[in-house]
Write a protein that binds this ligand. Structure first.
Ligand SMILES: *[C@@H]1O[C@H](CO)[C@@H](O)[C@H](O)[C@H]1NC(C)=O
Ligand SMILES: *[C@@H]1O[C@H](CO)[C@@H](O)[C@H](O)[C@H]1NC(C)=O
Ligand SMILES: *[C@@H]1O[C@H](CO)[C@@H](O)[C@H](O)[C@H]1NC(C)=O
Ligand SMILES: *[C@@H]1O[C@H](CO)[C@@H](O)[C@H](O)[C@H]1NC(C)=O
Ligand SMILES: *[C@@H]1O[C@H](CO)[C@@H](O)[C@H](O)[C@H]1NC(C)=O
Length: 811
């Protein structure tokens, strides 16, 4: 408590002056602090006004000013002024620097007004305070040091020294504080950026601003300042990895992920959002192969990756942020392509001789082959083989991946003229790929084969009386060679022999033309040689013997040898005695036929006769005999017309006329004497013919019997070689066995001319040779023609017999 009498320290004279003046002004002034408890003594008014206790009691002293009424009261008894309730200076006086409360007091009887002034003295009862507990500041990271941001000032209701005296900022590298003193609004704090801000280092800063007053001790107030650093796009995206390298199989499907690249951007928001792309400068070819997902950074396969085209790709990728002024980074991605066995080997025939001569030596090169596989490593390693069994092989060349196809063995065009050689190339990949190539090798001909006749020797049967100039037979030779080497020309080997001179051969066809007609009766068989020559260089030739047998035709009519009249006609007169007995030989008609066999076998028949009962004609011999004795009634002269016919298919005939005159015995005797020599001659011929034919038949039958007997009794020794036996005695109708090679033949019997009952083609003339070693043997009928003299008789040495012979061939 402080009591102050305003003028108590002054002289008493001055006090009086004050008392006079105090009707209008305060006469007493006190001072007290704010916030004093109720009942705190402020001052003794009675004493200061000079009033004693009695006066006070009589005149009633009181405070009349209404507003201050509640703040103070005066004790009526002693005139002391007390605080009636707590006074808040800031409330009563607001902001004014001195706070004076004026009290109007009255003293009655008489009314006296006294003004008392109470000065309320300030006490530091308020702390500085900020309008907000927390201030949020947003500062771009781009602000330069020195930038200033004015903050809100703190307020302190206390006045004077007790108001805000200073500010303080918490310890901080980036900011400092400046305080500006403005007269009317006090001290204002200013935040100064002292070091540049980096959002990426510190996104926000928290500061504490403290304001303190000048009290003792000082009171203070605080405010949090939150500085948010605003991002600017100051960071480019950064790829996470330094090097991107990846292996990629070739031929991977479109859409396969190659690699995932990832870039980060420290910036915030769009400034930190990264998009991926290929730079604009990127090769168009690469753009067709790869794609990038711009949001994920995935590199994808877009086209066909071919190792053979490129083994490695280096592609640039770019990461860009989405800032207003975007920042970008580029990076290389190395993509190594891994080879896959996707290429089959390729076979190339670099040189090829389409045909090689068949006499080429083994090892002759036919073709040069190069093999290529686009793959690398094992996938490109190729092995080449010839698959089939052909006389060719592959031999590797000095040059890599080149082979020569060479002959392995001797070639023979006649066996095989063309080879399709399949070459298989296979690589060593897994799984292996292979390819094939077929080369057609043609073997060209060399004249290494002579012409070969289809038969050797040739045997031809030509009927006589052929038409001159026509082809009678033909020979044919074949040559296994080709073209000219097989082109055959024929010629007849001319010899001294004249026969070949009337034969001509067509040099191309081998057809043989007879320039004249053959006559069996003059020439029965002949032989010549034909040479076949091919057109190769040098040419080769071969010859063949041709045996020709002329076959008889019935081209000769029987010729009557007897009877013959003097003028040449076949007429004769026979005289016989009347007394001859039956069976008397009247005469014998003799005839001759130049043909052989059936064509020359003559049969006689009576064509005309006056009396059939009187004469008989032997069919075979031509003998005319009486059948009975003559009687008186018989005519004296008889005419007999005898028909002589050969046995040709179309038979030819001649007639003879015999006139038989029956004479008395004497006449007859005389007549026979004259003609006997001729008659003997005739019967001789007939006799020999008979003998021949008879013996042939008899021998044939005997032979068969003997043969059968022999076969049954012992194992025969078939050593005779009938057909080769030049000393054959001419006996025809033997049954002959012979051996040729390891086959046994048996000539069973000729198809005999006269009286033969054997039918050609039937099995009647075949025999089975019983053999003890073999139980039953099959017999094959062979058929041939043998021409030889009819008999050993030299009467008709030029008469030949043609026998068609069947013989059995036993297997
Ligand atoms: C990229 O890298 C960041 C940081 O390592 C990671 O969070 C994010 O998942 C990655 N993105 C991809 C697509 O791998
Ligand atoms: C990128 O990848 C995402 C996630 O896999 C997918 O949704 C989007 O379609 C892709 N974008 C393109 C262009 O392929
Ligand atoms: C006929 O051929 C034989 C061999 O087949 C040969 O010995 C002979 O000399 C040839 N004759 C002629 C005239 O060419
Ligand atoms: C030949 O003489 C006989 C009588 O002896 C006679 O009948 C016949 O007509 C004669 N023929 C010719 C051709 O003169
Ligand atoms: C016999 O002649 C006839 C016709 O004249 C003929 O058809 C037949 O083939 C001939 N027979 C023989 C074996 O020559």
């Amino acid at each position: 408590m402080e009591q102050r009498r305003r003028d108590s320290s002054r002289a008493p004279g001055c006090l009086l002056a004050l008392l006079l003046w105090n009707v209008a002004w305060a006469q007493v002034r006190y001072s007290t602090s704010e916030e004093m408890n109720e009942g705190t003594l402020v001052g003794n008014i009675a004493k200061d006004l000079g009033l004693d206790k009695n006066t006070l009691r009589e005149r009633k002293y009181r405070i009349v000013s209404s507003n201050a009424d509640s703040l103070f009261h005066v004790n009526q008894n002693d005139g002391v002024l007390y605080v009636s309730k707590k006074i808040d200076r800031e409330e009563v006086c607001a902001q004014s620097s001195t706070c004076l409360i004026s009290l109007k007091t009255v003293l009655e009887n008489p009314l006296e007004v006294h003004y008392v002034e109470v000065e309320i003295q300030d006490v530091n009862d308020n702390s500085p305070s900020f309008p907000e507990k927390e201030a949020v500041l947003e500062i771009s990271e781009s602000v330069l040091p020195g930038a200033r941001i004015q903050l809100q000032a703190a307020r302190d209701p206390d006045s004077g020294h007790f108001s805000v005296q200073q500010y303080k900022l918490s310890q901080n590298d980036h900011f400092r504080l400046e305080v500006k003193d403005k007269r009317d609004s006090g001290k204002i704090p200013i935040l100064v950026v002292q070091k540049s801000l980096d959002r990426e280092t510190a996104e926000r800063h928290s500061l504490l601003l403290t304001a303190s007053d000048g009290g003792k001790p000082p009171k203070s107030g605080q405010m949090n300042i939150l500085v948010n650093v605003l991002d600017i796009n100051d960071n480019a995206p950064v790829f996470i990895k330094d090097v991107y390298s990846v292996m990629l199989d070739e031929n991977v499907p479109v859409g396969t992920t190659v690699i995932h690249v990832n870039a980060t951007d420290l910036d915030e928001g769009p400034n930190g959002e990264v998009v991926y792309s290929f730079p604009n400068s990127m090769n168009q070819r690469l753009l067709k192969l790869f794609d990038i997902n711009q949001s994920t950074g995935e590199i994808l396969v877009k086209g066909l990756i071919d190792y053979e085209e490129n083994e490695e790709y280096e592609i640039e990728i770019r990461a860009t942020d989405k800032g207003l002024a975007p920042l970008a980074t580029e990076k290389s991605v190395i993509i190594k392509i891994v080879d896959v066995n996707d290429n089959a080997p390729e076979i190339d025939v670099t040189s090829f001789s389409s045909s090689i001569p068949e006499d080429s030596r083994p090892g002759t090169t036919v073709a040069l082959i190069s093999v290529n596989d686009m793959d690398s490593g094992l996938n490109g390693k190729v092995i080449c083989v010839v698959n089939e069994d052909v006389p060719f092989t592959l031999s590797p060349s000095i040059k890599d991946k080149t082979y020569s196809l060479v002959t392995k063995s001797h070639l023979d065009r006649e066996k095989q003229s063309k080879y399709d050689v399949t070459i298989v190339a296979k690589d060593a990949g897994k799984p292996p790929l292979s390819s094939e190539k077929t080369i057609s090798v043609v073997i060209s001909d060399v004249n290494d084969n002579s012409p070969v006749f289809s038969l050797s020797p040739y045997t031809f049967y030509v009927t006589e009386a052929n038409e001159p100039g026509t082809s009678v037979f033909s020979v044919k030779a074949l040559d296994d060679d080709d073209n000219d080497n097989a082109l055959i020309t024929y010629h007849i080997l001319r010899s001294e022999d004249t026969v070949s001179s009337f034969l001509n051969i067509n040099s191309e066809t081998g057809d043989i033309v007879a320039l004249k007609s053959f006559d069996f009766e003059t020439l029965k068989t002949f032989q010549f040689q034909v040479v076949a020559t091919d057109s190769g260089t040098p040419s080769l030739s071969n010859n063949v013997t041709v045996n020709v047998f002329i076959l008889d035709q019935n081209d000769n009519a029987p010729v009557i040898l007897y009877p013959l009249s003097s003028n040449g006609s076949a007429e004769g007169v026979e005289e016989i005695p009347r007394n001859v007995n039956a069976g008397h030989l009247v005469t014998k008609v003799r005839a001759y036929d130049a043909d052989i066999g059936y064509n020359g076998w003559l049969l006689f028949s009576l064509q005309e006769v006056t009396d059939h009962s009187l004469f008989g004609l032997d069919r075979y011999t031509g003998q005319i005999r009486t059948l009975r004795s003559f009687t008186e009634t018989d005519e004296a002269e008889h005419k007999l017309v005898i028909l002589v016919k050969d046995n040709g298919n179309v038979s030819l005939s001649a007639t003879a006329t015999v006139v038989v005159k029956v004479v008395e015995p004497k006449e007859a005797f005389a007549a026979s004497d004259v003609k006997s020599p001729a008659k003997d001659d005739d019967s001789n011929v007939t006799f020999y013919l008979m003998i021949t034919l008879g013996s042939v038949s008899a021998l044939f039958i005997i032979s068969i019997i003997v043969l059968i007997a022999m076969q049954c009794s012992k194992t025969p020794d078939y050593t005779s070689k009938y057909l080769e036996d030049k000393n054959y005695d001419g006996t025809l109708c033997h049954s002959i066995q012979y051996r040729s090679g390891d086959k046994r033949y048996m000539l069973v019997g000729p198809r005999m001319s006269i009286g033969s009952t054997i039918v050609p083609g039937s099995h009647a003339n075949t025999l089975v040779l019983p053999d003890r070693r073999r139980r039953s043997e099959e017999v094959r009928i062979m058929h041939t023609v043998i021409i030889m003299p009819c008999s050993e008789s030299d009467i008709f040495p030029n008469i030949y017999c043609q026998y068609i012979v069947d013989y059995a061939m036993l297997n």
